[in-house]
Write a protein that binds this ligand. Structure first.
Ligand code: NAX
Length: 329
């Protein structure tokens, strides 16, 4: 049996947590031969919710689950962690603007970055889910200067999966046959779901959809961009939870075990200057993963109008960073 790995999850008593923890414990994220220790964090006011969550984890009798730690102490939650899933965040309140959300969440991720820097494993991999995810990931990374910035990412995988299933339904093929989807940019409605490189059984999807440019611009792109709000409306006020947890599993699994042959996924990672996105933002790019490392897929041909959409999302990230620049040191 392999030695257990330590997986920290923040916001663990929230609704994504409830869909996520049991799947991690079942082995869906790191394999059915990998024992795990869950290090669950939530704020002091939420500690009472841990009781039922842990009782249910016990009642599943997961063979891989060696230990569950539940705490409001970040040092305990992140201590020696191999992976951190930063899900917890202040929810967006009524009449709260994006910049208010940033101001409320920025200090949380600053503290988490500092704590990861001091107590986590040196090769920890960190996924930020709590919104605004890209900028929160950047704050976390900037406050963890001793850790490798390439070990920090933000979650765009839910958007990527949404894009895959919209197209699969449109052209009536299973999702598994579609490769090379991209969602560029910020996890917000400035993101750019880009079909232009996607293939189905090695044929460019755009070649199959020559009559469908209106559908792409007027249905596909806005549906993916606004899917989060559509889910909230359909679930009568509750945001995506099961699909978000599933995307977290997909993101981490691919990062650690590698992406499919002849395919890529969308991950929010530190920009390197490619595609005219200057260094210094967490931006979603197409990446391939191998041996636990991601590689941005470079040199794709980008049309001027797509370039403009990609820049728009970049500009939004700059505006977000401007609002919280005091949190970077
Ligand atoms: P919930 O409101 O159900 O849970 C949030 C959890 O965060 C709660 O347990 C709460 O106690 C905890 N929390 C609050 N303040 C905290 C703090 N200061 N430190 C640590 N934890 C704190 O939200 P849920 O639906 O689970 O969503 C969690 C986050 O994921 C939200 O920020 C949400 O916007 C974001 N999402 C991001 C997605 C992405 O694709 N990147 C998609 C799904 C989701 O909307």
């Amino acid at each position: 049996m392999k030695p257990p790995i330590r997986i920290a999850v923040t916001g663990a008593t929230g609704q994504i947590g409830y869909s996520l923890l049991y799947r991690i414990a079942a082995g869906d994220m790191f394999g059915h031969d990998q024992p795990i220790i869950l290090q669950l964090h939530d704020i002091t006011e939420a500690q009472s919710f841990f009781k039922g969550i842990i009782m249910e984890l016990d009642d599943c009798a997961f063979p891989l689950l060696n230990q569950v730690i539940a705490t409001d102490n970040l040092e305990v939650a992140f201590g020696d962690a191999d992976f951190a899933l930063l899900v917890g965040a202040r929810p967006r309140g009524e009449k709260m603007e994006r910049k208010d959300l940033l101001a409320a969440n920025g200090p949380i991720f600053r503290q988490q970055g500092k704590t990861l820097n001091s107590v986590a494993k040196r090769n920890i991999k960190v996924l930020v889910v709590g919104n605004p995810a890209n900028t929160n990931a950047f704050i976390t990374l900037k406050n963890a200067p001793d850790l490798d910035p390439r070990n920090f990412s933000a979650m765009l995988r839910l958007d990527h999966n949404r894009a895959l299933s919209q197209v699969a339904q449109k052209i009536n093929v299973p999702v598994s046959k579609i490769n090379k989807m991209i969602v560029w940019g910020n996890h917000s409605n400035t993101q750019f779901p880009d079909l232009s490189h996607a293939t189905v059984e090695n044929q460019k999807i755009l070649e199959l959809m020559t009559q469908d440019s209106d559908w792409i611009n007027d249905t596909f792109i806005p549906t993916v961009q606004n899917r989060g709000s559509a889910i909230i409306a359909a679930r009568q006020g509750k945001s995506s939870a099961a699909s978000a947890a599933n995307a977290i599993i997909n993101h981490m699994r691919d990062w650690v075990f590698g992406t499919r042959e002849n395919d890529w996924v969308s991950m929010g990672v530190l920009s390197t200057g490619c595609y005219d996105i200057p260094t210094g933002v967490i931006y979603s790019f197409p990446v391939t993963c191998k041996n636990g490392q991601y590689q941005i897929v470079e040199d794709l041909k980008i049309t001027p109008s797509d370039h403009q959409r990609m820049q728009q999302s970049y500009q939004e990230l700059l505006t977000e960073q401007e609002a919280i620049k005091n949190l970077f040191n």
